[in-house]
Design a protein around this ligand. Structure first.
Ligand SMILES: [Zn+2]
Length: 471
């Protein structure tokens, strides 16, 4: 009888302790109780009317025009022509590059010169898929942040403007690349067009790279340049094959978001921590993926992200991994279902089957929806304060409470602690810490994963930062 009473006594004591805590920290306990009942994924903040109105400007017709223009250059093979006569004739990758540059420049003209349009040119090869030294050019536009300190923080959207057909070395036959990756290029362009009408404290870069099909050459060069120059790129959104191919089994309401688990750039000490603490699903890239899911709940983009917890699809790679290798957090957007007859194929019909990456297979409304989700993510991150730095979880002694500390973040007015059980994909609970930079929660750190986010007065939330243990 006494033995049977023990568990109840334990519950009674815990309730008593909780009541005492309730007197000390009423808001925390209330939120913990509500959180425990709610068990729902966390948003990235209240909807911002400025962002809502920017999303309304995203135009499927404009996206269609961009993709058709890119296809019109016949081939955008990285190895194709880029001499002046070919550019004048509108043929080859050189012509595509010049057109992208002129597009960015026209958006800049419309916003009073708000965009700085730049190129990053280098010579690559010879290499496996580059028979002779080849000049490769990345084209990008910078929307510089309005706050001198925050402007050092960069969020970046990218797509590759090069294309290919069945043969990576073929430079003469058509390589329309409407979906792969005219769609991603159009997303970068459209994000630049609609977001350049607004101003943000942090910097946004709209990038289009070449050389992807030859071996991620453009993105690798750009990521290495950024690292060498110490750029603080907080998030990279790579859009590659976001055309929503009109195949019968397509789901045009879903876009996949791929993110690395164990970071490609993790050092041995990082790997040891990841192994010991169960950090396999908390790379900075994965926090971006979760953030995107939150953005999609706050803003109606017309498409739902399906988080895929792996670097990329089988047998395939992409430009986000080039950023991951340099230690930057980066994710990949790709349509729900790919049609391999419409990628990396010579344009032809065989046994009644049409092959080739043609505009008629692209769903421009879908690309527009993906562009909205990207724009909402970029705008949310560029509006938010920097993520809190030096986030620590105190582990000096064995205890069932958890204490987190962090450094104040410039521009932040409040902080929130997020947590989820170790088996959950997304953040489940949030507790405000007010403007404090330390909080103790009556939760065991052994059972959950914590993160801290910074928010400004309007509620724009930063990316979450998972604490490192501090003894
Ligand atoms: Zn691609």
């Amino acid at each position: 009888m006494i033995l049977k009473l023990h568990p109840y006594a334990d519950v009674f004591l815990r309730t008593l302790v909780a009541c005492l805590r309730n007197i000390v920290q009423p808001t925390i306990l209330a939120a913990l109780t509500i959180g425990a009942l709610a068990q729902q994924a966390i948003d990235t903040g209240p909807s911002d009317p400025r962002i809502v109105s920017a999303l309304k400007q995203v135009s499927p017709a404009r996206i269609q025009a961009s993709i058709e223009k890119l296809v019109g250059f016949q081939t955008r093979s990285t190895l194709s022509a880029q001499d002046a006569p070919s550019i004048a004739a509108g043929h080859g990758i050189g012509a595509a590059r010049e057109w992208i540059k002129s597009e960015f420049e026209s958006y800049s003209h419309d916003c009073g010169g708000c965009l700085e349009v730049k190129t990053d040119t280098f010579t690559e090869g010879p290499a496996d898929r580059i028979p002779e030294p080849t000049e490769i050019t990345n084209v990008y536009a910078v929307l510089k942040g309005t706050d001198p300190e925050s402007a050092k923080r960069i969020v970046l959207v990218t797509g590759h403007y090069d294309s290919r057909n069945s043969d990576t070395l073929n430079i003469t036959d058509p390589a329309p690349g409407a979906n792969d990756d005219g769609s991603g290029t159009a997303v970068s362009l459209e994000c630049a067009r609609v977001l350049s009408k607004l101003r943000f404290p942090a910097t946004i870069i709209f990038l289009t790279v070449a050389g992807e099909e030859q071996g991620l050459n453009g993105s690798r060069h750009f990521a290495q340049m950024a690292k060498t120059q110490g750029w603080d790129i907080e998030a990279v959104l790579n859009n590659d094959i976001v055309g929503g191919d009109r195949s019968p089994l397509q789901d045009a309401t879903v876009v996949r978001v791929f993110s690395e688990g164990v970071p490609l750039a993790a050092a041995d000490t990082d790997l040891r921590l990841i192994r010991n603490l169960g950090g396999e699903s908390d790379s900075a890239s994965r926090e971006i993926a979760r953030y995107i899911a939150g953005v999609a709940r706050t803003y109606d983009s017309g498409v739902k992200p399906m988080l895929v917890f792996r670097l990329d699809r089988y047998l395939r790679g992409g430009d986000h991994s080039a950023f991951n290798r340099e230690g930057y957090a980066a994710v990949r957007f790709t349509e729900f279902r790919e049609d391999y007859n419409h990628q990396h194929q010579n344009v032809r019909t065989e046994n009644g089957v049409e092959y080739g990456d043609l505009p008629k297979f692209v769903n421009f409304d879908y690309v527009a929806a993906v562009a909205r989700l990207n724009a909402a993510t970029l705008a949310s991150l560029a509006s938010a304060p920097a993520p809190p730095a030096k986030v620590h979880l105190l582990t000096r002694e064995l205890q069932n409470d958890s204490t987190l500390t962090w450094d104040p973040s410039p521009g932040a007015s409040t902080y929130e602690v997020l947590w989820r059980t170790t088996t959950s994909a997304e953040w489940e609970h949030a507790q405000s810490a007010g403007n404090a930079t330390r909080i103790t929660l009556p939760l065991s750190k052994d059972n959950v994963i914590f993160a801290v986010v910074a928010a400004d007065k309007a509620g724009h939330r930063s990316l979450p930062v998972v604490p490192t243990p501090e003894r």
